[in-house]
Design a protein around this ligand. Structure first.
Ligand SMILES: Nc1ncnc2c1ncn2[C@@H]1O[C@H](COP(=O)(O)OP(=O)(O)OP(=O)(O)O)[C@@H](O)[C@H]1O
Length: 451
């Protein structure tokens, strides 16, 4: 059988690159040939950007050696659910949203595949104030699946570890009870499976499958919003599982009551168990996450580099990891050790982007608008509560989001002493733990300032 174009390209590149480069960048790609050319699926945005910058030109040259027509190479983020199809196959393939979500619809005889990501375990999950409760509840569930907290509803912003925790529970249940049937899937997958079952008249089988699992883990249930038929089906599945004391774990990017387009009866059912939130991690936890990821990759990460990254990537652990991966990949490729200067250089474009946005003035302006006070009030000596709290919030945000020292921040607030700034930071940290509103304001402001 003749070689496909992608196989040919891989062979050529394998001969040209060193094994590390080849394994890091080229091997993870999947090639699909269609009538528009060769589509390369990269596992994430970072690999895609790197391929596009470093290898696309060369790939195009290799292709032009064997094809003289206008054969194009396109890059997309995505992956196939199964082993990569031979690139010579001319079928158009849809990239999956996530590899873990790809699960074949069960056939007769009900075969369960859990799709758990082996990296997402409790061991690799760094505990911090922001996720303590969610982690503790998750551990409880693994000890008493089906009874302690059912359903367990984990909510929180993008990239904060909800899926990680959910998989960790799945692994632990599986470990305690190796025969347990655990199904993890993204809610979009549930909807797609249901639509397929309806089209193929196999809804009975669909129901039987979902109602027969010991633990059902459904990610990002906000995607159920507005999909009435799926909600109906899910509602019945949900009830059947609860009745049988099977564990249900759900994640969502917000609290159930905040999801528009979700039926009231579902919202109320979700509240039967326990709802726990994961917040953006604080600085120390971000540093701990980076150190853990680095040591798992057997990379020495100097403290000042860990702090540089942790200070600049605050609201999403996935981005935090992405920044670290970029530094590690650059160091691997160039053979340079990871130093502060090296990391600054590797992250230059990302850091520049942030530099533009976060200044003391910007924080003051944003906080003043948020609390409907004047910037001048924040800088003034006024001590009424309506001004003092926003001022403390603004100071705490300057400490968290800029590299200014306490005295510099004090100066920027009408020449206050650095102990006043320190007091403000401590006060806000304390209130974030005790007053939901303060925590919410803080997170909202960080989001506004950093995105
Ligand atoms: N506390 C933590 N310790 C270690 N790694 C973490 C932690 N929190 C998040 N991560 C890592 O951050 C990345 C994103 O986490 P995850 O996919 O679980 O986020 P999510 O909240 O489900 O996001 P989304 O809303 O986009 O689905 C993963 O690689 C995960 O391992």
């Amino acid at each position: 059988m003749s070689k496909s174009i992608w196989e040919y390209c891989q062979e050529r590149l394998e001969g040209e690159l060193n094994p590390q480069q080849f394994n890091t960048w080229i091997r993870p790609l999947q090639g699909v040939e269609d009538n528009q050319g060769l589509k390369l699926l990269a596992p994430n945005r970072f690999v895609l950007d790197w391929i596009s910058e470093q290898y696309l030109g060369r790939l195009q040259q290799i292709v032009s050696d064997i094809r003289d027509d206008d054969f194009q190479i396109r890059l997309e983020v995505g992956s196939h659910s199964s082993t990569p199809a031979p690139a010579g196959n001319h079928q158009q393939q849809q990239p999956e949203k996530s590899a873990a979500a790809a699960r074949p619809l069960p056939q007769n005889g009900i075969k369960h595949t859990n799709n758990l990501n082996p990296d997402f375990t409790f061991d690799s999950f760094v505990e911090g104030k922001s996720n303590q409760l969610a982690r503790a509840a998750s551990m409880q569930v693994t000890e008493n699946p089906g009874s302690a907290y059912n359903p367990l509803f984990i909510c929180g912003g993008v990239g904060l570890g909800k899926t990680h925790l959910m998989h960790a529970i799945g692994h632990a249940i599986q470990q305690h009870k190796p025969g347990a049937n655990i199904a993890y899937l993204h809610s979009e997958r549930f909807v797609a499976d249901m639509v397929k079952a309806l089209q193929h008249n196999s809804i009975a089988e669909f129901k039987r499958f979902y109602r027969s699992v010991d633990a059902l883990l459904i990610d990002d249930i906000q995607f159920f919003a507005g999909k009435e038929r799926s909600q109906e089906e899910f509602f019945h599945t949900f009830n059947a599982l609860l009745e049988g004391q099977h564990q249900i774990i759900l994640t969502c990017d917000r609290y159930p009551k905040e999801v528009n387009g979700l039926e009231e009866r579902l919202k109320s059912r979700f509240g039967w168990g326990l709802t726990v939130a994961i917040e953006p991690p604080e600085l120390e936890t971000r540093v701990a996450i980076l150190n853990q990821k680095a040591s798992r990759s057997r990379v020495h990460l100097p403290d000042e580099v860990a702090f540089l990254i942790a200070k600049r990537f605050r609201s999403n652990v996935r981005e935090l990891e992405g920044a670290l991966n970029r530094v590690i990949a650059n160091s691997n490729l160039t053979g340079n050790p990871i130093t502060l200067e090296f990391a600054q250089q590797a992250l230059k474009d990302l850091l520049l982007l942030q530099d533009k946005q976060i200044t003391t003035e910007n924080i003051q302006k944003t906080v003043a608008e948020y609390y409907k006070v004047r910037v001048a009030d924040l800088l003034s000596k006024r001590r009424s509560r309506s001004v003092a709290r926003p001022r403390q919030m603004a100071m705490a945000l300057c400490k968290e989001l800029t590299n200014h020292s306490l005295p510099e921040i004090g100066d920027a607030y009408g020449g206050r002493d650095h102990t006043t700034v320190l007091h403000a930071c401590r006060k806000i940290a304390e209130l974030r733990g005790t007053e939901h509103k303060v925590e919410e304001d803080y997170n909202n402001l960080v989001r506004i300032l950093t995105t």
